[in-house]
Design a protein around this ligand. Structure first.
Ligand code: KDG
Ligand code: MG
Length: 422
């Protein structure tokens, strides 16, 4: 039996393109750094249709590039690009060493590129392939931050002026030199140096300032704007419970990554003490990382997105499972996820019945030029276009001008030098 076809392949002809047309003849990994590093997979079929998938894993880009180049690409050549599910299963089940961020980001790139090809062959945008539109646009939240509470409140005001209906707010912590989420002049980009920057963390100071920030934001901006906050895995479960409880009067849309979630049971403690909605999962890679959290309704939003969670095929399963337990999606959308992921995610958001919100940080002008796309921000929402596939392209010539530049994410230590979660 040939790699891609199976025994009835000769009679399997799609409306657009025969099995021969759909044969994968090339798969290329492109690493580029238009302001920050991105890894992109480009798959080409015999009939010349191309599909793009994002495989960016911030600070570990080359590990995924090698996983793709050395292990997945040789298995792709000769396969039927129309067999998206089977190719996902081949790489997921067939890997033996399954799951994990490197593996799942590489598989995601293949999966998204194949959905892109399917859309182009069918002449349809991905949201229509998934089942069609559930909403007019995807509610997004932007990132406001400041060195202190007053600065952060001004930044929230600027987002509201731009039309944002939801804003994540972070502020500096007195005595902490580089608090999480407080950006430099260049904007939020934590992977700044070749070796990890060392930051120092102070939980008691943070627990003092965070409720004051939201008290001020409600005072300055009223009750209607949705406010979000990211703890970035810094608290113990009981500290997280205390923070969630103290934020209740300010009615957050969500409190994100309040405690590390390797031990999914730790969220039980937060739930016992607070009704602040909880979001988690940007560092998860599969349903198995959040199964307990979802089936026990310990969270309200699942953040795992397409690029780090095996692509559209796996995230669709995750979202359907979440829907059974009234958990909604709130996909990760920091700038280290390329416009290809943003495009694919927005098609998903446009379809998913249990969509909640989409994170949206602006990419730089250089990144947007390398990845032209058809989604646009309007009235607090992102809107996908009707370009077949996911609607994001790659200017390969321009990409070549921006070679890979080694960068890693920071680490955090406590004041006594102990390692902590960044
Ligand atoms: O690469 C790490 C970033 O994506 C992460 O720090 C951003 O926590 C983040 C968020 O919520 O966007
Ligand atoms: Mg986060």
């Amino acid at each position: 039996m040939s790699k891609q076809t199976g025994k009835n392949a000769a009679s399997e002809t799609a409306t657009h393109g025969s099995v021969r047309d759909r044969e994968i003849v090339d798969a290329k990994v492109i690493v580029t750094c238009p302001g920050r590093n991105f890894v992109t997979l480009k798959i080409t079929t015999r009939s010349g249709v191309t599909g793009l998938g994002d495989a960016t894993l911030n600070g570990r880009e080359l590990a995924v590039a090698s996983y793709l180049q050395d292990h997945l690409v040789p298995n792709l050549i000769g396969r039927d690009a129309g067999r998206i599910e089977d190719i996902f299963q081949f790489f997921y089940r067939g890997a033996y060493w399954r799951r994990g961020p490197v593996t799942m980001s590489a598989i995601a790139a293949v999966d998204v590129a194949l959905w892109d090809i399917l859309g182009k062959m069918a002449g349809l945008p991905i949201y229509r392939l998934l089942g069609g539109r559930s909403r007019e646009g995807a509610l997004v939240y932007g990132h406001a931050n400041g060195r202190d509470i007053a600065e952060a409140s001004d930044a929230v005001g600027r987002f509201i002026e731009q039309g944002f209906l939801a804003v994540r707010a972070q502020c500096g912590v007195p005595g902490v030199k580089k608090a999480y989420g407080v950006s430099s002049a260049r904007g939020y980009e934590p992977a700044e140096s070749e070796l990890p920057a060392e930051t120092v963390w102070n939980t008691p100071r943070y627990l003092e300032v965070a409720p004051k920030l939201f008290e001020r934001l409600r005072k300055d901006h009223g009750n209607h704007v949705e406010l979000l906050h990211d703890v970035h895995h810094r608290l113990s479960p009981i500290e997280a419970a205390r923070l969630a409880k103290s934020l209740e009067p300010y009615r957050l849309f969500w409190l994100e990554d309040a405690t590390p979630a390797e031990n999914q049971h730790s969220f039980e403690l937060i739930r016992q003490h607070s009704v602040t909605p909880l979001a988690v999962g940007e560092v998860f890679n599969s349903i198995w990382d959040c199964k307990h959290l979802i089936e026990n309704q310990l969270i309200d939003y699942i953040r795992t997105t397409i690029v780090h969670g095996g692509g559209i095929s796996h995230i669709r399963r995750l979202a359907d499972f979440a829907a059974l337990h009234q958990v909604r999606t709130g996909f990760h959308g920091a700038t280290d996820l390329s416009p290809v992921t943003m495009g694919a995610a927005l098609h998903f958001d446009t379809w998913a019945p249990n969509f909640g919100i989409q994170e949206y940080m602006f990419h730089t002008g250089e990144t947007d030029a390398v990845f032209p796309h058809d989604y646009e921000f309007r009235d607090g929402r992102l809107h996908v276009g009707d370009t077949p596939g996911h609607g994001v392209a790659l200017d390969e010539k321009l990409a070549k001008k921006y070679p890979y530049s080694p960068k890693q994410l920071p680490i955090a230590r406590l004041q006594d030098g102990s390692m902590w979660d960044w």
